[in-house]
Design a protein. Structure first.
Length: 632
């Protein structure tokens, strides 16, 4: 059934009004960036271990963890993770025992402990979980054949070096190396004994199979390094002191004004333990400020409290501004102007790690959080540029801001033609050969379909570039090389193949690639094939773990908006699939909760998925607006 154009117009107006009503007084929109149990659990453990007087906060976070527990005793990282998640369950269980609000003999806690033991106990937790447990004295540091902190002394011409790691991996790795160097752990009177989570004597042996495999096979994996890494254990003591100073300075140089490390909760947790390991006292200003920084990341209202890993204020505000403009709202609207001013004020002017791989480029990007001043990324930059470009032609300050941002984004294109998330040149595939789970997703920051597609769409949308432009041509070639045989693309930072395909198709369309070309035809056929009977689309977070499309038994609003928008971008006339998708989006008020609030953001495969509370507002509005503008 053809969509009613008048209903679409009315929906656009009503949704725009609802979004305007949620704007903060400073021009920003602030929605919750909701992740799994990890950050709430770590916060409880940290506050109890430091013996800090935040009992009300600990109680509220504990209540949230209890509400998130499944009837079978486990915790999940996404709703349809039917067998639960071992690491999430260990983290939540441990935090509740630390909190004192739950005891090991509580029936639900006994269920959780049984679940953990049945899956091998602490020994089989994920790497980050195991490290955090170790920092709190619940696990033993591994025995390694050399002191890993000396790794940071390897020169830039080595086959691998510290700056080959992704920016987010470096920020986690630096404090961990400091803690490992001193085999540091923090205990207090609140530290429980987790004997009920052990299987045989797994807590007594090394229990780090991923690292044992790594250092057993390191010679064969990195044959070009020969014995260099193994010689590190024979280095003179002053070099180990030098590595410690390097790591400490790295951490201090990447602190934000709010006390966090790169505006992330996870890195800040690790940073606190790393600094304590080298002699900082818990009463010191830097530790106390870090704790306050973590508290500033908390989202709370009458319905929920959650430690956000990184508030998404810049991302949400930029996308909403763009959505409202696409919906036909005037750029003279005071609220849109206020949002543009907020975005412009948060453009970064400092040189971050990105400048190591792009030394001759001036700053000009945007970050994810409003506290982020040195860690810009491609996605936030392209979103910010779209939100201010309508002012760039008439206002000199916006014009200068826009061109700084464009120059920075274009300079971040990798040699292979694609764009990564944070930096160019952090795609050393030597690191992906390390036999640690999800190393490719965490250790390096290579070009991805979603970032390449989005950057490409900006170049077509804002600069009107086409396939004849050198950078555009290179990006198109990258997307053609990385299209799956079924016509889809894998998206790294969203779920997952629908997300990647949407970014690639809209990007290609914006620079003149039409439906007549095979690359688009294959993508359209795939999208139409996976459409549900109700007109919507749905994809499970499981896709991200197994790296192939896994259908959901229900449709989601956000993924339906992405898929429908993809088809609109390449279809001269509305197709049956488009009409069905639009009718699904017009029926939002009658959809079940799961369709509105399924997490479609990707963090770390199998471990961290994100529910963007803004997405159910943004993406249906964008898609309905594109339909209305193109077909009315």
């Amino acid at each position: 059934m053809a969509a009613d154009i008048n209903l679409i117009k009315k929906a656009i107006e009503e949704r725009s009004k609802a979004i305007f009503n949620q704007q903060s007084s400073d021009g920003a929109w602030r929605y919750c960036f909701e992740g799994p149990a990890m950050t709430d659990a770590y916060m409880i453990i940290l506050l109890k271990s430091l013996d800090l007087p935040y009992e009300t906060l600990i109680e509220k976070l504990s209540e949230r963890l209890v509400k998130k527990q499944h009837a079978y005793g486990f915790w999940k990282t996404y709703p349809n993770e039917d067998e639960g998640n071992l690491s999430a369950t260990i983290e939540a269980y441990t935090a509740l025992i630390y909190s004192g609000y739950k005891k090991a003999d509580d029936p639900m806690m006994r269920k959780a402990a049984a679940y953990i033991r049945a899956r091998g106990g602490l020994k089989h937790a994920g790497l980050l979980t195991k490290i955090f447990l170790t920092m709190n004295g619940q696990y033993k540091w591994p025995r390694l054949p050399f002191e890993p902190s000396a790794f940071v002394l390897l020169p830039s011409f080595s086959p691998i070096n510290f700056y080959d790691f992704s920016s987010y991996a470096r920020a986690h790795l630096a404090p961990v190396l400091l803690a490992y160097k001193h085999r540091f752990y923090l205990k207090s009177e609140h530290t429980p004994k987790l004997y009920d989570l052990t299987v045989r004597d797994s807590i007594l042996d090394d229990g780090w199979p991923e690292l044992q495999v790594l250092f057993t096979d390191v010679r064969s994996i990195f044959s070009s390094l020969k014995d260099e890494l193994f010689k590190l254990k024979q280095l003179p003591p002053y070099l180990f002191s030098k590595s410690e100073r390097f790591l400490e300075q790295y951490v201090l140089n990447h602190l934000e004004a709010d006390g966090t490390l790169l505006s992330y909760a996870s890195t800040t947790f690790f940073m606190i333990y790393g600094l304590l390991a080298i002699g900082y006292r818990k009463e010191s200003a830097i530790i106390q400020q870090a704790v306050q920084g973590l508290i500033s990341l908390i989202y709370f209202n009458d319905e929920m409290i959650h430690v956000q890993n990184s508030p998404s204020t810049i991302w949400d505000t930029a996308l909403i501004s763009y959505a409202l403009i696409e919906a036909g709202n005037s750029v003279e609207n005071k609220q849109i102007k206020k949002a543009a001013q907020f975005i412009k004020e948060h453009q970064q002017s400092s040189y971050g790690d990105w400048s190591i791989h792009a030394p001759n480029i001036k700053p000009g990007g945007w970050g994810f959080s409003e506290s982020d001043t040195i860690h810009p990324d491609i996605d936030d930059t392209q979103a910010a540029l779209r939100s201010i470009q309508c002012y760039a032609m008439e206002h000199p300050l916006y014009n200068a801001s826009f061109h700084r941002g464009i120059n920075w984004l274009m300079a971040m294109q990798n040699i292979d033609g694609g764009w990564a998330a944070f930096e160019k040149g952090t795609d050393n595939y030597f690191l992906t050969m390390i036999p640690v789970k999800h190393m490719k997703s965490a250790a390096i920051d290579p070009s991805t379909s979603d970032l390449t597609g989005r950057a490409l769409e900006l170049l077509g949308y804002s600069l009107h570039l086409n396939a004849n432009h050198k950078k555009v041509k290179s990006a198109i070639k990258w997307l053609k090389r990385h299209q799956e045989t079924n016509g889809s693309w894998y998206g790294r930072w969203g779920i997952c193949y629908i997300y990647g395909t949407w970014a690639a198709v809209t990007g290609l369309s914006s620079v003149g690639i039409t439906k007549q070309e095979l690359i688009i035809q294959k993508a359209v056929r795939w999208l139409e094939k996976i459409q549900h009977e109700d007109g919507g689309w749905g994809e499970s977070c499981e896709s991200d773990r197994v790296k192939k499309f896994v259908d959901l038994p229900f449709s989601t609003v956000t993924q339906t908006a992405w898929a429908t928008d993809s088809l609109i971008s390449v279809s001269p006339k509305p197709t049956r699939s488009i009409e069905k998708g639009i009718n699904y989006l017009l029926n939002v008020e009658n959809l079940p909760e799961m369709s509105l609030n399924y997490p479609v953001g990707g963090g770390l495969p199998g471990s961290f998925y994100i529910l963007y509370h803004s997405y159910k507002e943004i993406w249906p509005l964008v898609t309905l607006s594109h339909y209305y503008r193109k077909y009315r």
